[in-house]
Design a protein around this ligand. Sequence first.
Ligand code: ADP
Length: 345
Amino acid sequence: MTMSYARRYLLYGTVFGLCFPFIASLMDAWLSVGHISFQSILQVQLQNPLLWMIDTAPIFLGLFAYFGGVQYDRLNVSQAQIHNLNKLLEDKNKDLESKVQERTEKLESSVKKLVEANQIRNEIIATVSHELRTPLTAIGGAIKLIKSKTVGDINESGMELIEVADRNANQLNRLIDDILDIEKLEAGELEFDVQNYPVKKLVDKSVAMNQPFAESFDIKLVNDIFDDDVNISIDKRRFLQVMSNLISNACKFSPANSSVIVSIRHFDKIVRISITDSGKGVPKNIAGKIFEKFFQVDSSNVRSRGGTGLGLNISKSLVECMGGIIGFYPNDGQGSVFFIEFEEA
Ligand code: ADP
């Protein structure tokens, strides 16, 4: 039979604590008075309190032993609980380890599949773009020949149709260029030939390059005067691409006969190039989305204005890859101000 320490010591304590004072009192009475009776016991105990204390001491020893046993029991229970908890913890740890292992394996296989899918996607895009571009170049060449009337005369309605074909072929070309740029940017494969250039010359060139486009929308493209001789460090081709995107957007989204102003400001080693228009502006509620891929505020007028919704997304990536920032804010009167900033080189 197993007995807890508390019970065991309670038993010892009770037996010892109760029996000893009784036997001791009998012996005290017999030794001191010579015979044992209730009176002789009382007489001896009252006359000698020290003897009484010694006789009853085992009761306290018994109690002490009992409480000691209780504490010991508690300790044993706590140790057993700690042991159980430790075991539980070990089991949980093992469980967790196996789950982590399982998930890691799943994740690794998903990453592998994703990398493979990405490779296939890149190959498909590259192939499709190439397959599209080759016939498109031929179509473009044919359109140019017809437009220049090298192959013979063409009447007015024929010319209008050729213009439509030309616009659409150009649009398709731009879309292919944009998709290829995005692919390269996302794969980190776009190479930048960064050099120092005088910002004024770059801006003059972009204004001149976009003048015909502005005229086609009856927009007056104004180049604000800037006389500072300051350089910025950029990839010229990519910088001009960004400028073309911002200027062409400003022209596309402005009313005919309005002006688009291109200006440069230089402050605290920062060079800011701004393109200000007086069009409809960008609605406040979608301002955060404007740099997202394929985002267009109103896709219904794409036909008349042209556009892929990729220009600003590409421009943002290009500017950031060259260490600059791009942004926009509403123009004071009407329209928007799009800007790019670079540190002075
Ligand atoms: P898109 O090829 O359509 O021009 P972008 O990425 O260059 O593509 O521009 C995305 C959209 O942002 C545009 O379709 C237009 O809705 C809006 N946007 C860009 N620039 C302007 C601007 N200057 N004024 C008003 N809206 C603009």
